[in-house]
Design a binder for this molecule. Structure first.
Ligand code: TXA
Ligand code: MG
Length: 304
């Protein structure tokens, strides 16, 4: 059921239930971090393997102590600069944290969302909420309440907060001494993070981690219902896609717009009657927010 009733969302969360919540990145499937029953429901609903850990969401830094056991200077700087916002920081977990959240790892993913409805709900519930993206495992993430309902049916309570502003999941970073590893690129780009530490005159090495660093970073993910093919600028269409009923996914030259509409477009093109979606990768679409866009499209593509 799609609703704007925040009190009802709160009631469900405080009675061990699961609700879908809006965030500025994508919709999440949320449960209280204190409820094993709620956490189990998330994995069951999503059909998510238990080895894939969840992100914990807080509204205020005072809530972090229930979740993490240390707070390095680099985390403080990142939080000051980018929270609330689409950045997730991996830190050592608090010893009392439910192991379901972290999939048995010694670290936990923490983020403070920017979306006003998410913030208000987190404040009202006043317990950190664990929430993965509200899609079945391996499928396209939802950026509208309707996407969540289409995937999980009417029984799930979906708190409607309108379309997600950024449209791609948060940037995930891990702090390793004086190094920041980017586990999942997002709209908080490597360049933006670099600028902050330059300004602080702190020497921090920012590197892209291998995809193995994050259990959920699988090669295939975000897959639309029909195959997606990525073509380079000069691929000859006729020989590559001969005989297929295709539809072209045309990206906006503005990466912010492309990111915001990416998942909704993949859903729509899947329903267009075509057998295959193709997208062209232009040479200029590099760096900044394009890195996150191509990360998702590469994993969405089943034909390369
Ligand atoms: O924007 C977002 O981050 C959204 C919204 C709902 O907040 N959430 C989201 O969650 O994208 P999810 O579960 O779909 O993706 C979380 C990613 C997964 O790839 C997971 O493996 C990784 O973060 N992750 C979580 N905890 C981790 C940890 N301790 N170490 C490494 N990777 C971790
Ligand atoms: Mg996800």
């Amino acid at each position: 059921m799609i609703s704007q009733d925040l009190d009802e969302a709160k009631r469900i969360l405080l009675s061990e239930g699961v609700v879908a919540i809006p965030t500025e990145t994508v919709y999440g499937l949320a449960a209280s971090i204190r409820s094993s029953q709620g956490l189990e429901k998330i994995f069951k609903l999503k059909e998510r393997p238990l080895f894939d850990p969840l992100i914990v969401h807080i509204h205020d830094l005072s809530q972090k102590d229930e979740v993490v056991s240390e707070w390095p200077v680099i985390a403080e700087i990142l939080a000051t600069e980018f929270w609330p916002g689409p950045l997730t920081i991996i830190l050592s977990k608090s010893t009392n944290l439910n192991p379901l959240i972290t999939a048995g790892l010694s670290t936990v993913a923490l983020r403070m969302p920017l979306h006003p409805v998410a913030q208000k709900l987190l404040r009202e519930v006043n317990v950190p909420l664990a929430a993965p993206s509200a899609n079945k495992f391996g499928k396209v993430s939802p950026t509208l309440a309707r996407h969540v309902e289409e995937e999980f049916g009417e029984e799930l309570f979906v708190l409607d907060g309108g379309p997600s502003e950024f449209g791609l999941e948060s940037t995930v970073v891990r702090i390793n001494h004086d190094q920041i590893e980017i586990l999942r690129p997002g709209m908080i780009t490597k360049e933006k993070i670099q600028d902050v530490f330059m300004k602080e005159k702190l020497k921090v090495n920012i590197v892209r981690a291998s995809s193995l660093a994050s259990p959920g970073n699988l090669e295939t993910h975000y897959q639309p219902k029909i195959p997606l093919a990525i073509l380079s600028e000069d691929t000859d269409l006729v020989t590559k896609l001969k005989g297929k009923k295709t539809v072209e996914f045309i990206l906006s030259p503005d990466p912010l717009i492309t990111a915001r509409t990416l998942y909704a477009s993949l859903r729509e093109l899947s329903e267009s009657g075509a057998e295959l979606i193709f997208v062209r990768r232009l040479a200029a679409q590099n760096g900044g927010a394009w890195e996150a866009i191509w990360d998702r499209l590469n994993r969405a593509a089943s034909l390369k």
